[in-house]
Design a protein. Structure first.
Length: 282
């Protein structure tokens, strides 16, 4: 299949993971930024736009057949732009199951990991807790500060995307907090898959009922889920003190994402659905 893929590049962007995965399946993939889309010659079997959080511009209406992979439906302002632009596409793929239920011609295709980048690195853990990213707003910045104070042998801060897996792999627990500001509260983010793929136990805040289970993740089996700040700190201390239990959960989570949740799996889904729904023979 000949595929034109549209996204604005940045280190560790989802679009780049999809480009690599589609090319790895043997498809001919050409990348264009949104600004370059008007110069795309067209004629591809599929014109695939990857959500990068900016809805001021879109790919030209004459590029067909076209599909849109939606990522940020959990953010209120993004969800407004997504709903407006999704009508232009013959197919829509959504990282959130509930978004796929609310958009026309939409299919649920969750996020994932790239095992060439997100993988265990071996060796003893240097850190108790790891979080790679910005402090963000309330309440995340307060949770991160409390983690720093309670568990000083931790890595909490920014790092290049290509060091992220190394930092998570070198930690006993990977911390995750995400706030869903749109009505869609089932966003299993890329960070979830990336921490698990690094071979580290994930401690994540609760989403709406069934969100983790829909992708095969069970509390206390493939990850640990906290519902309050108090429970977060209690669980962190509990699992830091219980290596065997922590390693069991980490191993189960790693096995699940390796078997079911790589970007190669996602690329295969997109290709299969596109061929079926759009009659693509390439």
């Amino acid at each position: 299949m000949r595929i034109a893929i549209f996204f604005n590049p940045s280190p560790g962007t989802i679009g780049e993971y999809f480009r690599r995965a589609l090319a790895g399946l043997g498809h001919a993939v050409d990348h264009f930024t949104i600004a370059e889309a008007a110069r795309c010659p067209g004629g591809y079997d599929l014109h695939l736009r990857i959500d990068h959080g900016d809805y001021a511009e879109d790919i030209p209406a004459w590029l067909h057949p076209a599909a849109f992979y939606v990522v940020d439906a959990h953010l209120a302002r993004s969800w407004v732009g997504i709903q407006r632009q999704a009508t232009r596409y013959e197919l829509v793929f959504c990282a959130q199951r509930r978004a796929a239920q609310q958009l026309a011609r939409a299919h649920w295709v969750p996020l994932g990991c790239d095992p060439e980048i997100h993988r265990p690195r071996g060796g003893a853990a240097r850190y108790d807790v790891a979080f790679v990213g910005t402090d963000g707003g309330v309440p995340r910045k307060f949770l991160l500060q409390e983690l720093r104070e309670r568990f000083p042998q931790s890595f909490i801060g920014r790092a290049p995307y290509d060091r992220m897996a190394e930092l998570y792999s070198g930690s006993k627990i990977g911390f995750h907090y995400i706030e869903c500001t749109s009505p869609l509260k089932d966003h299993v983010s890329m960070r979830v898959y990336e921490v698990l793929a690094s071979g580290t136990m994930l401690l994540a805040n609760a989403l709406e009922a069934g969100a983790f289970e829909a992708v095969g993740l069970r509390d206390r089996q493939e990850l640990a889920v906290y519902r309050t700040p108090g429970e977060l700190f209690e669980l962190a201390a509990y699992y830091l003190a219980r290596e065997a239990e922590r390693r069991r959960i980490a191993a189960a989570g790693h096995r699940l994402v390796a078997e079911r949740h790589t970007y190669r799996h996602r690329a295969e889904q997109i290709v299969e659905i596109s061929r079926k729904e759009l009659g693509i023979r390439g």
